[in-house]
Design a protein. Structure first.
Length: 480
């Protein structure tokens, strides 16, 4: 079966198969040897047999050895399903987990006592479900499935990519050189320059124009907008540099990173502050996945996040930066979930890359400009390898900025775009006009040569001011 997949795979697909089987570094070396003609696909099969340590390959090898499935009774026979598409090796493997104890529902409350339980609820429920670091395959059977949901395959691929980045793969030729002056957010700038210099940070700074400056600006604004004792949850916060910066700027808040990457958790623990926490779980808004097994990464079992662990109207802020595009192209349920968990004066920031069409001249021009920027830091081979291994299929999980803005407007009274960098954009949302104005007042100018529109840009009508000054705050309106 593995041999058939290898023989049928295109060069691009082969790269993804190899990464899933033996890891990125070995996959790159194997592809180079193939290109030089030093080895054949038969040799690749032998290499995988000898080197592969991933659960997916182990499962395939065990299946090949048996080459049998339990015989079915005549009445149980069903038509043979089509052979799985070799475009995604992850779609061949699925792991079943025994049912675990259901968590007790949490009563919604807006009291300070309830707000203080956000972190403790997350931590205790995570421990109960056994998603702290542990070895894989403990009491779990491995089976083959031809229909692994896209959300699992995409998110697992993304987690593996981030692990590779944290370990130093795709390392830039030089450190990032800022495009914008951030001296008006001096304290945040100094923290970033001194402490946010790891492999992941250096990679993303050199991949997205003005991304570093945007993190400095939003960390500064969020730290000054959060109320005393407030809580912020960073979805997919990787090693936690962003949350730890906010927590250092404002020691009177609580910051929580929600991320499924064990390698990122290791990095987080090296810089953890007293007022920050890391929850090793994968974000989902699908009720059928809440609290269940998600995937295994680097030998560690990872569960899905269960939103029932967090009371509604209890979180002061959320941040999501380039995460949803690694999961799927559905946004409505995710944003509604965030809106439900926020307090009446809470807010959220979203930063994503958007996609229209490869025939769109504006989208293509933005990509060309971004790649010209990246060429300062990466050679053409590095850029191509990343596109083949990681970015293939990502366009299908991205959405248009217009559709994203419509979803934001359906869930929040106030929507403002604060960052524009070609196909990358950032938004702040809230039902409170006061909160939006406080955030914007503390934001530095992020307009750059890569901006297509001037920011801040009000997506919803601009907030009116009273004659004597001060914004008008409106309660949340349920639009039917």
């Amino acid at each position: 079966m593995i041999q058939q997949l290898l023989m049928r795979a295109s060069p691009t697909v082969l790269g993804s198969l190899l990464v899933g089987a033996v890891g990125s570094q070995q996959a790159n070396q194997i592809q180079k040897e193939l290109a030089l003609g030093n080895i054949t696909l038969d040799n690749v099969y032998d290499i995988i047999e000898n080197l592969a340590a991933s659960p997916s390959v182990t499962a395939l090898k065990d299946l090949e050895k048996s080459n049998q499935v339990p015989p079915k009774k005549d009445e149980d026979k069903t038509p043979t399903p089509p052979e799985p598409d070799p475009l995604d090796l992850l779609n061949l493997i699925n792991t079943d987990r025994k049912k675990e104890d259901e968590t007790k529902p949490i009563t919604t409350s807006q009291s300070e006592e309830t707000k203080e339980t956000v972190s403790s609820n997350l931590e205790s429920q995570t421990t109960d479900r056994g998603s702290d670091i542990q070895q894989s395959n403990q009491g779990r059977e491995t089976t083959v499935s031809g229909n692994l949901p896209l959300v699992k395959a995409s998110q697992e691929q993304g987690v593996t990519f981030f692990s590779d980045i944290l370990e130093g793969l795709y390392f830039p030729k030089k450190d990032y050189e800022q495009l914008l002056d951030t001296s008006d957010a001096l304290e945040a700038t100094e923290i970033f320059d001194e402490k946010r210099i790891g492999n992941f940070e250096n990679h993303i700074y050199t991949s997205i124009p003005a991304f570093k400056e945007t993190q400095i600006a939003t960390a500064e604004a969020i730290s000054k907008t959060l109320p005393k004792g407030g809580t912020i949850i960073d979805i997919g916060g990787t090693e936690g540099g962003f949350i730890n910066t906010i927590a250092e700027l404002n020691p009177n808040i609580e910051g929580i990173v929600l991320d499924p990457n064990p390698k990122a958790q290791e990095s987080f623990l090296q810089q953890k502050l007293p007022n920050t926490e890391f929850i090793l779980e994968a974000f989902t808004a699908n009720p059928e996945e809440f609290g269940k097994y998600a995937f295994t990464e680097k030998g560690v079992d990872v569960d899905y996040f269960d939103p029932k662990d967090i009371p509604d109207n209890s979180v002061d802020a959320f941040s999501e930066k380039m995460v949803f595009q690694f999961i799927d192209n559905e946004r409505a349920s995710k944003i509604k979930l965030i809106a439900d968990k926020l307090t009446d004066t809470g807010f959220a920031v979203f930063e994503e890359k958007f996609f229209t069409s490869k025939q769109d001249p504006i989208w293509n021009a933005n990509e060309a400009k971004k790649n010209e920027f990246k060429s300062q830091y990466y050679d053409s081979q590095q850029i191509t390898e990343k596109e083949e291994v990681v970015l293939t299929g990502m366009n299908e999980r991205q959405v248009t900025s217009d559709s994203f803005e419509d979803i934001l407007k359906n869930n929040f009274n106030n929507v403002v775009q604060y960052w524009d960098s070609g196909n990358f954009k950032g938004y702040v949302v809230s039902d409170s006009a006061d909160t939006i104005n406080t955030f914007l007042k503390n934001m530095i100018d992020l307009n750059s040569d890569f901006s297509n529109v001037e920011t801040p840009r009000f997506v919803t009508p601009k907030i009116n001011k009273k004659k004597r000054g001060g914004p008008i705050s409106l309660p949340k309106i349920d639009m039917l």
